[in-house]
Design a protein around this ligand. Structure first.
Ligand SMILES: N[C@@H](CCC(=O)N[C@@H](CS)C(=O)NCC(=O)O)C(=O)O
Length: 206
């Protein structure tokens, strides 16, 4: 059985959980509390020397890190990853965009606002920069989605999963999505895909 090392509030982890669910692939979830340094222990560093979740452990014990690499691996040979070379490269194009221009700005701003009690002066300044660059990434997405339902090939792929994870929670990082109607419509479409699951389990009732 696949084993996924993960942290519930991680969008990077959510990408993998979402795809596993949509593929109907069973897995064992091993929660690591990143706020308590549980991915920095000698035991975990033996599995992923980079000290981060998500980490997928395959049936033979091989460990695969980096959320978008894990998506790619799991999606191979399924409808979530195109077979045509140009479309495959376009999926990679959006995944690299996500990792370089989107996630470091939107996810980091969100993490600081949710998990850091008081931002020091440096982080305050960096937060402004991240806001600016995060909005630039959202504007690129808006431009692309104005004419398209999904990022690549007119259908839902792992490029959409990679970008959905932190875009749908961008308001938690202080990003107002009102100026991006095409992005909001795409979020709705992705949320309505068969087998979609939310990032966090619903809060317990009263
Ligand atoms: N590029 C990596 C980023 C992974 C990452 O930053 N993971 C965070 C949680 S979202 C983490 O494990 N942080 C714990 C730490 O750095 O100690 C990916 O896409 O998987």
């Amino acid at each position: 059985m696949l084993r996924l090392y993960d942290y519930a509030d991680s969008g990077n982890g959510y990408k993998v959980r979402l795809l596993l669910h949509q593929l109907g692939r069973p897995y064992t979830l091993i929660e690591k509390d990143i706020l308590r340094g549980e991915t920095r222990t000698p035991e975990f560093l033996r599995l992923n020397p980079n000290g981060r979740i998500p980490l997928l452990e395959l049936e033979d014990g091989t460990c695969l890190a980096e959320s978008d690499a894990i998506l790619w691996y799991l999606a191979e040979g399924t409808p979530y990853l195109p077979a045509q070379p140009l479309e495959r490269a376009q999926v990679l194009q959006w995944m690299f965009f996500e990792q370089y221009s989107h996630e470091p700005n939107i996810a980091t701003a969100r993490f600081w606002l949710r998990h850091v009690e008081r931002l020091d002066e440096l982080r305050q300044r960096l937060l402004e920069q991240k806001r600016e660059q995060g909005h630039a990434a959202l504007a690129v997405m808006e431009g692309h989605l104005r004419e398209r339902a999904y990022f690549v090939g007119g259908r839902y792929t792992v490029a959409d999963i990679a970008l959905y994870a932190y875009t749908h929670v961008a308001p938690q990082g202080g990003f107002d999505l009102a100026p991006y109607p095409a992005v909001r419509a795409w979020l709705e479409r992705v949320g309505a895909e068969p087998g979609h699951v939310p990032m966090l389990p619903p809060a317990p009732g009263p």
